[in-house]
Design a protein around this ligand. Structure first.
Ligand code: HAM
Length: 424
C-alpha cells in the first residue's frame, strides 16, 4: 500500500469525540462574549508580512523565528497569522471603523501559526479565542475585560482555585523608553554574562531580554530594574484604579512586576492567566492580553485606545478535567432495519424526525436486532427502533428506551409525538 504523507508536524486533526469538547468551549466563549456585547470579526489567515513586523515587532521571537512567511505567486511576502490582534487592527483601520461606531468590540476564534518546538500544549497550528475593544480609554474597561475572561473560565468549569490572573503595567511609551534606557545601562554593565542573542537584543530591543529562556540570563533579569518602580504618577494611579475595580468585581489576581509579554505593541495594563489544572507543565499560560494604545496610530489609523486578549484553545481544553466523551452529544433515535424493505420504510420516518430537530441515525446495513442494539448503545442512543417485516406490515413500531429498558408500541402516525415525549 502507498504511504500517506503525514500531517505537518505540530498541526493536528480534530475529530470526534475530541471535537465535542471544542464545540463546548467555542459555544461558551460565544455566549460569554456576546453577553458582553462583542460581535464576531472574521479576518483572513494570510496577511502581508509587514503587518506583523510593524505590530508584533521586528525583534520578537514570533517575527524573527516563528512566522510561516513566503512569497505568494505575485512575489509579495505573505505570512500566516501568528496571532489575531494585528489583523483586527488592520481591519479596523481599513474599514474606518471609527466612522461606523465610536466603540468597537470584536471577538474571533480560529487557527494561528507559529513555528515553535512542538510539545504538549505548544503547537505550530494552534487556536485562539480572542477579543479586542477599540475606543475606550478608561481603566474601567481594563477591569471589565479581565473580569469577562475570569467569567469565561468559570463558565468552562475550571475551578477558581486552579486559575491565576497575573497583571502588570507597562506604562506609556515615554515611560517604556525611559525604562529601556535603564535596562540598557543595567545589562551593559553585565554584558559578559549575556548570551549572543541577548547581546543582540541589547542593541535592538532590550525589553525582550526579559523573556530570555537562558537560566544565566534569567539570573541577571531577576535583579534588573522593575518597570513598576519607574512608572509616572499618572500611570501608577491608573494601574491602582484597575486593581481597585478588579477587587470590586471579585477577580482574584496577583501583580507580577516582571510580566512583560512577548509582543511589542503593549502599553499600560497587561495580564496573563495561568492554570494549575490539567498538568500543562511549562505551557500553563492559557491566556494573555493587554492594552495597545499606540498600535492603531502606528499602523496608520487615528490615535485610538485599545485592548484585548487571546486564550489558547488547546491549552484551555487540556485544563478541563472531563474527558472528551463527556461532551459528546447523545443520539435521539437509532433505526435498525432488518431488511431492505424495512430500511426503505425507515428512511422517511427518520427524515421527519430529523427535520423536527431530533438527532437520528439510520443503519444502512440491514441486519439482526442484536447487532443493531449493540451499535445503538455504542452511539449512546436514547431510543432504538428495530424495524422488520411485521412493523412494515402493521405500521406499528416498537420504540425501545435504552435508558429505562422499557418498550413502547407506537403507530407510525404518532411516532414523532411519542419520541418527543420520551426524549423530554
Ligand atoms: P499570546 O500571549 O502570544 O498573545 O498568545 C495568547 C495565548 O495563545 C497564549 O497564552 C497561549 O495560551 C496561546 N498560544 C500561543 N502560542 C501557542 C502555541 N504555539 N501553541 C499553543 N498555544 C499557544 C497574543 O497572541 C495576543 N494577540 C493577545 C492579545 C489580543 N493581546 C491583545 N489582544
Amino acid at each position: 500500500m502507498a504511504e500517506v504523507p503525514p500531517s505537518v508536524k505540530g498541526m493536528n486533526d480534530i475529530v470526534a469525540p475530541e471535537v465535542s469538547k471544542w464545540h463546548f468551549l467555542e459555544q461558551k466563549a460565544r455566549d460569554v462574549l456576546e453577553s458582553f456585547s462583542y460581535r464576531e470579526v472574521r479576518t483572513p489567515i494570510l496577511e502581508y508580512t509587514p503587518l506583523f513586523v510593524r505590530s508584533v515587532g521586528e525583534v520578537t521571537d514570533v517575527v524573527e523565528k516563528q512566522m510561516y512567511t513566503f512569497d505568494d505567486r505575485d512575489g509579495r511576502s505573505v505570512s500566516m497569522r501568528p496571532e489575531g490582534t494585528a489583523s483586527a487592527v488592520r481591519a479596523y483601520i481599513e474599514r474606518s471603523q471609527w466612522n461606523q461606531e465610536s466603540v468597537t468590540r470584536w471577538y474571533y476564534m480560529g487557527p494561528m501559526f507559529r513555528h515553535e518546538r512542538a510539545q504538549r500544549g505548544r503547537l505550530r497550528q494552534f487556536h485562539q479565542v480572542g477579543a479586542e475593544v477599540f475606543g475606550i480609554d478608561s481603566p474601567t474597561i481594563d477591569a471589565e475585560v479581565i473580569a469577562m475572561l475570569a467569567a469565561l473560565y468559570v463558565e468552562l468549569g475550571l475551578p477558581a482555585s486552579s486559575i491565576e490572573v497575573t497583571i502588570n503595567s507597562l506604562g506609556q511609551p515615554e515611560e517604556r523608553a525611559a525604562y529601556r534606557d535603564a535596562l540598557v545601562t543595567y545589562f551593559s554593565a553585565h554584558r559578559d554574562a549575556l548570551d549572543d542573542e541577548s547581546r543582540r537584543r541589547l542593541e535592538l530591543n532590550p525589553l525582550r531580554i526579559l523573556d530570555s529562556k537562558n537560566p544565566d540570563v534569567q539570573a541577571l533579569v531577576a535583579n534588573a530594574p522593575v518597570l513598576l518602580d519607574v512608572l509616572s504618577e499618572g500611570s501608577k494611579a491608573r494601574f491602582d484604579k484597575v486593581r481597585e475595580l478588579l477587587g470590586a468585581l471579585g477577580v482574584t489576581y496577583v501583580v507580577d512586576p516582571r510580566l512583560v509579554r512577548g509582543l511589542d505593541y503593549y502599553t499600560a495594563t497587561i495580564f496573563e492567566v495561568k492554570t494549575t489544572a490539567g498538568e500543562l507543565g511549562a505551557q500553563n499560560t492559557v491566556c494573555g492580553g493587554g492594552r495597545y494604545d499606540g498600535l492603531v496610530q502606528s499602523l496608520g489609523g487615528p490615535k485610538t485606545p485599545a485592548l484585548g486578549f487571546a486564550l489558547g484553545v488547546e491549552r484551555t481544553l487540556l485544563a478541563l478535567a472531563e474527558p472528551a466523551e463527556h461532551y459528546e452529544p447523545t443520539l435521539g433515535v437509532f433505526f435498525g432495519p432488518m431488511d431492505e424493505a424495512a430500511l426503505a420504510f425507515s428512511l422517511p420516518l427518520a427524515h421527519k424526525l430529523r427535520t423536527g430537530g431530533i438527532r437520528v441515525e439510520v443503519e444502512h446495513r440491514p441486519g439482526k436486532p442484536g447487532k443493531h442494539l449493540q451499535r445503538a448503545n455504542k452511539l449512546r442512543t436514547r431510543l432504538a427502533i428495530i424495524v422488520g417485516g411485521n412493523e412494515v406490515a402493521s405500521g406499528k413500531l416498537v420504540v425501545k428506551d435504552l435508558a429505562t429498558g422499557q418498550q413502547h408500541e407506537v403507530p407510525v402516525a404518532e411516532l414523532e409525538m411519542k419520541v418527543r415525549g420520551l426524549l423530554d
